[in-house]
Ligand binder design. Sequence first.
Ligand code: ZN
Ligand code: FE
Length: 249
Amino acid sequence: MTLTVRQFPCLSDNYGFIIRDDASGQTACIDTPDAGAVLAALKTESWGLDFILNTHWHPDHAGGNAEIKAATGAMIVGPAEVTRIAPLDRTVADGDTVDLGETRFEVIGCGGHTLGHITYFDDADRIAFVGDTLFAMGCGRVFEGTAEQMWTSLQRLAALPDETTVYCAHEYTASNARFALSVDKDSVVKARTEAVFAARQRGEPTVPTTIGLEKATNPFLRAPLLATAGGRDYEAFGAIRSAKDNFRG
Ligand code: ZN
Ligand code: FE
């Protein structure tokens, strides 16, 4: 099994992804941040589009559903919450599977950023599309869920194999790294921060990342280790999340 992934920047700081199961030639896009950019990427590869896979309902993730479906005839798969703003053909939730040719995605419920947010995990290729749940050195804001729910979702992702390639939906890493350095003086965090700044200076993306790298350097996953007071792990996470929400680095 091989999954080809093409990543491209769009909108101000989103990443779009088009993917192909090489065995069958079936294709999908992960979210629809910008219909024009997704259609242009498909044209560059000379690919059609069989599926749209949504991670959550936000407009920079599902806003292009209708236009892309009209242009390609793709079937839209995603969490029920997508219907708040966009068309959806198949509703999926935690524990479901989505097949793209011979590639099988496990749907992992990751509520917190939005209540119905999901991750698509391809175990055979060790690839995860995590939307706005986990970012390189960061995580999504908790808009709809609780800190406890978001922490549980992040722990589910942290439990994936270390070598899992993680495709996040935004290039927020430089800002995340500045915050990480303010709360975590670990030498590995410092080294990664410098690498991130250098990559961004060269105009290079810092996505994808890996589960192993995030476990070592992401302050949200490391929250219990960074906590100054006692308390539960999700409370330590909540404190770090609040600090980032108010961080002006
Ligand atoms: Zn979002
Ligand atoms: Fe987003």
